[in-house]
Design a binder for this molecule. Structure first.
Ligand code: PLP
Length: 411
């Protein structure tokens, strides 16, 4: 009898987005004339920058001729892209990376989800709460957790609550943990850590032989000084941290699929007997066994992001989204709502008025202002009483949404 991986049965199903869709459909059936604005999605809306399109067109033409055709490429990515990443994303920060420390992939979703495979199933995992759901769900699938409790927490996971009370700055875990997921600038809260705050985590990891998986998907949105763009800006991080970056949010590649993961050779994991192994070797083995490389055409598009023109064009995209973030942030503040994030990230995290629960506020916003956002509780129990709006919409829709909130929402 074929048996299933019963860990999958611990997962409640993709309740969050299914439930949002159900409520929006029901609302539209009752109010067919309503013009619903969606500020819930984490997907970008601007088209790819022209330099990227040009580079991809050229690459398509190369694929049409035998002399310039590309079949399977290196699983880890083409050197032309890896070199640009090392030169432009890391060298200016004083971080030197070897070409074999950067792994190009089809997305940070896959990489943040898959990386746990190279660790033992009996390790203790910690993550901030609320959290990007991929981290938790993939650990559930791998069998590292117990059941989901009534309180919305899986047993055997260390949750690190982030809320207004601690300014969304996670506190070091009291118990000893082996693996820590950190995401800054954060999805969903839009908040960041300073270098000093991040250093505490690196120091903890060095002292405890812990590994930090650092998701820097929103690094390009950082506007303020003293906010680290890379965890390797922190002394000693190359001994304990793996970093994930993606072209999805800095260059509009959500539908194109290109990202990369940095695994310094100095980051170690240990056998039960205490023998040290380089995670770089293990990840290389995993990556080359299960992945066959990002398409040449897509990597050529990603390479173009690093040209002068590419940097200008992607900067303009980020500025566009950050102008939306400002509109949302200031608009909500003007009606007396407490808002967080939106300064170094495209996410605005708001405290629901009058301690409403996240879903009650979802309904209120939909019914009174015809706006769809994401209930904070969908990202973890500490998200209860919060709500996420995103800056990835069209500027005119964003402005209209905020105007509606100001005129129609009864807070
Ligand atoms: N990490 C975080 C924190 C995200 O919010 C997202 C997407 O929303 C991703 C990773 C996924 O990135 P990618 O498109 O590269 O899979």
């Amino acid at each position: 009898m074929i048996r299933i991986n019963e860990n999958y049965l611990k997962l409640p199903g993709s309740y969050l987005f299914a439930e949002i869709a159900r409520r929006v459909t029901a609302f539209k059936e009752q109010n067919p004339a309503a013009d619903v604005i969606r500020l819930g999605i984490g997907d970008v809306t601007l088209p790819l920058p022209p330099v990227v399109i040009d580079a991809m067109h050229k690459a398509v033409d190369e694929m049409a001729k035998a002399e310039t055709f590309h079949g399977y490429g290196p699983e880890q990515g083409y050197n032309f892209l890896i070199q640009k990443i090392a030169q432009h994303d890391y060298a200016p920060l004083g971080i030197q990376l070897g070409e074999d420390e950067i792994f190009v992939s089809d997305g940070s979703k896959s990489d943040t989800g898959n990386f746990q495979e190279i660790f033992g199933t009996d390790i203790r995992v910690a993550m901030t709460d609320p959290v990007y759901p991929v981290y938790i769900d993939t650990n559930v699938m791998a069998g590292r957790t117990g059941a989901l409790g009534q309180d919305g927490r899986y047993a055997n996971i260390t949750y690190i609550p982030c809320h207004a009370g601690n300014h969304f700055i996670p506190e070091l875990p009291k118990e000893k943990v082996d693996l820590i997921y950190l995401c800054f600038p954060n999805n969903p809260t839009g908040t960041t850590l300073t270098k000093g705050e991040l250093k505490k985590w690196v120091d903890y990891a060095r002292a405890n032989k812990t590994v930090i998986l650092f998701d820097a998907a929103y690094e390009a949105y950082i506007q303020e000084k003293d906010i680290p763009h890379s965890i390797y800006e922190i002394e000693g991080a190359k001994e304990v941290a793996v970093e994930f970056r993606t072209f999805s949010k800095n260059a509009g590649f959500t539908g194109n699929r290109c990202a990369f993961t940095v695994v310094p050779k100095t980051v170690m994991g240990y056998t039960a007997g205490g023998e040290a192994y380089s995670l770089n070797k293990l990840w290389n083995r995993r990556h080359t066994t299960k992945f066959n490389g990002v398409p040449y055409i897509v990597q050529k598009g990603a390479e173009a992001v690093y040209t002068d023109e590419g940097r200008k064009q992607t900067r303009a995209m980020i500025d566009y989204y950050m102008a939306n973030a400002k509109t949302i942030r200031e608009g909500l503040q003007n009606v007396g709502l407490q808002v967080y994030g939106g300064v170094n990230a495209p996410y605005i995290w708001l405290k629901t008025p009058n301690n409403m629960d996240s879903w009650a506020f979802f309904d209120k916003l939909l019914h009174e202002a015809h706006i769809v956002g994401t209930p904070g509780v969908g990202f973890g129990p500490s998200g209860q009483g919060y709500f996420r709006l995103t800056a990835f919409g069209k500027a005119e829709n964003t402005a209209e949404a905020i105007q509606r909130i100001q005129t129609r929402l009864k807070v």
